[in-house]
Design a protein around this ligand. Structure first.
Ligand SMILES: Cc1cc2nc3c(=O)[nH]c(=O)nc-3n(C[C@H](O)[C@H](O)[C@H](O)COP(=O)(O)OP(=O)(O)OC[C@H]3O[C@@H](n4cnc5c(N)ncnc54)[C@H](O)[C@@H]3O)c2cc1C
Length: 362
């Protein structure tokens, strides 16, 4: 029986593990620190990702997060630019989502504190993954699900050229039952019309909201030291003219838990596999966060790869079919992320650009 070793237990790695285990495959998920924050504090998830979560779920497991059915796009002075219906998007805290997926995965198959170090070769074929704690996991196929800075990708495929996103993002999660109720079901975004500055707000539970500020560091300046005090002053200074709810969120935010994210992407890879190693999720492809597509894509990768592995006679054919199915879709999202970034910075086509992906089947 084929043994599959997954490196990385984030969204992509856990989903992959669940699918393979349910298909009767001998699989292990190897994570450096279970439950640690990875990319983003919270996500907006497209309904394609939601349908995968529902498919993987059980009657006992209660899906976390809050439904988002309306996108409200405003100027900081209160002018309503657009109000659009969204088809079954949901907002999750990252930790809630990974905890949910962990509960669906057979605990005996998940190994914590396994920070991938390198592969072990026999007769020029990879036979095991070695971890920094000295442990090793032997297998036949290896799946790199270790995120944007993937060590698996670096060792097997070489360095990728990260393209700076040109926009930075500060994210926070705030406990505020009143505002979570007032903004329920809505993704609200306040965006300046002439400079690259925006503030977004989405409830993640009945009592909490995730917020983010996107800014153009070239035009608006940046902060040198990321202390909580400096972060707060910086946000308050940039968002000075924004409406009262924005100020209320900033007042309640714990800035020791907020970070500045340097957005970036890389050009689509010519292949997602090399011999018996294959990449999924952010390890395989990275788009700018404007699309809100990363988690959905990570989960769709897992679903498609699991299907290809179960239907093809050999892994080479499965990996090839997986790439053919997924590469055009994720390449389109890399492009969309760049277009949305250009529009945000006032460099793109004039007019409103919807900052979310549409159905992948469309
Ligand atoms: C600011 C920001 C906002 C975002 N907003 C959204 C959004 O609204 N919607 C959306 O869909 N996406 C969003 N994203 C993108 C989303 O976070 C990612 O696309 C998604 O997390 C990818 O899942 P993944 O499992 O491939 O990678 P990750 O979530 O990064 O998981 C990788 C896992 O591998 C582990 N790992 C790493 N190295 C090793 C190693 N050497 N050994 C063992 N384990 C290792 C990590 O600890 C982690 O658990 C956002 C990202 C950022 C930065």
């Amino acid at each position: 029986m084929t043994k599959v070793v997954i490196i990385g237990g984030g969204i992509a790695g856990l989903c992959m593990g669940i699918y393979l285990h349910r298909n009767g495959v001998d699989v292990s998920v190897n994570e450096r620190v279970m439950g640690q924050h990875g990319g983003g504090h919270a996500f907006l998830m497209h309904h394609e990702g939601m349908s995968i979560l529902n498919e993987l779920g059980t009657e006992q497991a209660v899906l976390p997060g809050k439904m988002v059915d309306t996108f409200v796009f405003m100027r900081p002075d209160g002018e309503l630019v657009h109000k659009l219906s969204l088809k079954e998007w949901q907002c999750f805290k990252r930790t809630d989502l990974t905890a949910y997926l962990s509960r669906l995965m057979d605990a005996g198959r998940v190994y914590d504190q396994r920070n991938f170090s390198h592969f072990i070769y026999k007769d020029s074929r990879i036979v095991a993954a070695a971890f920094l704690n000295g442990e090793m996991e032997y297998g036949d196929l290896f799946i790199g699900a270790d995120g944007a800075n993937s060590v698996v990708r670096k060792q097997v495929f070489g360095e990728v050229k990260f393209e700076p996103g040109g926009v930075k993002e500060i994210v926070g999660v705030v406990e505020h039952p009143g505002m979570a109720a007032a903004y329920a079901g809505r993704f609200t975004k306040f965006q300046e019309s002439t400079i690259g500055l925006a503030f977004g707000l989405i409830p993640t539970t009945a009592t909490e909201l995730v917020w983010y500020m996107q800014y153009d560091p070239v035009m608006l300046g940046d902060i040198e030291i990321q202390s909580p005090k400096a972060l707060k002053s910086f946000c308050l200074a940039l968002l000075k003219g924004f409406p009262a709810p924005v100020m209320e969120i900033l007042r309640c935010n714990d800035f020791s838990k907020s970070y500045v994210w340097n957005t970036r992407d890389f050009d689509p890879l010519p292949s997602f596999h090399h011999e018996n190693v294959v990449l999924i999720g952010d390890a395989a492809h990275l788009a700018l966060p404007f699309t809100s597509a990363g988690t959905t894509n990570a989960m769709v990768d897992a679903k498609v790869l699991a299907k290809c592995l179960s239907e093809e006679n050999d892994h080479a054919a499965a990996f090839k079919r997986y790439y053919e199915k997924r590469a055009p879709q994720v390449a389109a999202h890399v492009l969309l992320g760049r277009q949305l970034r250009d529009s945000f910075l006032g460099k793109g086509e004039p007019g409103f650009a919807m900052p979310l992906i549409t159905d992948q089947s469309e």
